[in-house]
Design a protein around this ligand. Structure first.
Ligand SMILES: [Zn+2]
Length: 118
């Protein structure tokens, strides 16, 4: 099973991900995702698949309105790492731009109309 490595720009946050080959992603047009041009993983990864080697405990968290997710970002370089559920903070949907081995232009992108829903 492919293993991916990802990190923020300053490498203060780094992880390894074990998952079937990533071929799809999601982009959302809500007020925060569109400002980040965020390309998110479709799956939410559990600690069995996603292992942080650096920085998980130091991640900064941004929450807005009554959304039930944590937006996780590196406190040093500001790069968005992904989102986690408030109820399950170690289960993360990743910003795929942090994985160097992925060519985001080759992924099949599903567009989520968060602008209407969130
Ligand atoms: Zn960083």
């Amino acid at each position: 099973m492919p293993r991916y490595q990802g990190h923020c720009h300053c490498e203060g946050v780094a992880y390894r991900l074990t998952t079937p080959e990533i071929e799809t992603a999601m982009m959302c047009n809500c007020s925060i995702c569109r400002r980040k041009n965020l390309v998110l993983s479709e799956p939410w990864f559990t600690p069995a698949e996603l292992s942080f080697s650096e920085g998980f405990d130091s991640l900064s968290i941004y929450r807005w309105q009554d959304c039930d997710v944590n937006h996780l970002f590196c406190p040093t370089c500001g790069v968005h790492i992904g989102v986690s559920s408030i109820d399950s903070p170690t289960t993360v949907r990743l910003n795929l731009g942090c994985i160097d081995a992925l060519d985001l232009t080759k992924l099949s992108i599903r567009h989520f109309n968060g602008r209407e829903l969130l």
